[in-house]
Design a protein around this ligand. Structure first.
Ligand code: PGA
Length: 252
């Protein structure tokens, strides 16, 4: 774990959580953060319907609020979409962009993700940009080429590196219980670090690199101790406060 970058543990609730469960989960996470080391930042990404109320529930704690996606455009006739300004207005400080479920289910391209990053930064939202290869791409020896192209195209030309976080999430590890070896994670993270340094010079060395895909309390310590891993993006395990907090506690 890099000594110079803070550790970020982010919980992506995806399309889970009605009011009662979501608010209870948020309150439990917020209440427990007092026991965590001061070097860990916690983020939760509830569904959009709960953002404002969860924001109220975690107010006064160190947990920060984020949204799971935003529109590329600022306003207008985009039925069903939510602009970055709306999310900031609802209390968000972060937004996840380019998650593989958006890339696959909603056919989002890296070019669209880059437009969304600009829209988010224009509204002072920090972004977690996700990249990751499919199992066929990894088996074909193309994992680095794929994430390299995704990172190049998903980060816009005028990106502010100081509000950018990158998450490496192999598609085949998400929700499957399978994870890459520590060596494989370190290989991709070192590759991403070099790419970000090439692009942003010193600022590229400060961008936090998260690993995501089947992070659990059982494997969190090993993953978070890996080289160039500055935190975790957690899906399934973030729906249980004890598991999510155990992952955050594994940073110590
Ligand atoms: P998972 O999801 O932890 O359930 O594998 C991670 C993610 O999609 O962000």
């Amino acid at each position: 774990m890099a000594m110079t970058r803070r550790v970020l543990v982010a919980g992506n609730w995806k399309m889970n959580g009605l009011r009662a469960d979501g608010l209870a989960l948020a309150r439990d996470v917020a209440a427990a953060t007092r026991q965590l080391s001061g070097d860990v930042d916690l983020l939760i990404f509830p569904p959009a319907t709960l953002l404002a109320e969860v924001g109220t529930a975690i107010a006064g704690s160190t947990v920060a609020l984020g949204a799971q996606d935003c529109a590329a455009d600022a306003r207008g006739a985009f039925t069903g979409d939510l602009s970055a300004a709306m999310l900031a207005d609802a209390g968000c400080e972060f937004v996840i962009l380019g998650h593989s479920e958006r890339r696959q289910i909603h056919d989002e391209t890296s070019e669209l993700v880059a437009r969304k990053v600009m829209a988010a930064q224009d509204c002072n939202l920090s972004t977690i940009v996700c990249v990751g290869e499919t199992v066929a791409e990894r088996d074909g020896g193309r994992a680095l080429a794929v994430v390299g192209e995704q990172i190049d195209l998903s980060i816009p030309q005028l990106c502010n590196a100081s509000t950018l976080v990158v998450a490496y999430e192999p598609v085949w590890a998400i929700g499957t219980g399978r994870t890459p070896t520590i060596g494989e994670i370190e290989e991709v993270h070192a590759f991403l670090r070099d790419r970000l340094r090439d692009r942003f010079a010193d600022a590229g060395g400060k961008i936090q690199l998260l690993y995501g895909g089947s992070v659990k309390p059982e494997n969190a310590h090993e993953i978070l101790a890996a080289g160039n891993v500055d935190g975790a993006l957690v899906g399934g395990a973030s729906l249980n406060a004890d598991d999510f907090l155990a992952i955050a506690g594994a940073c110590d």
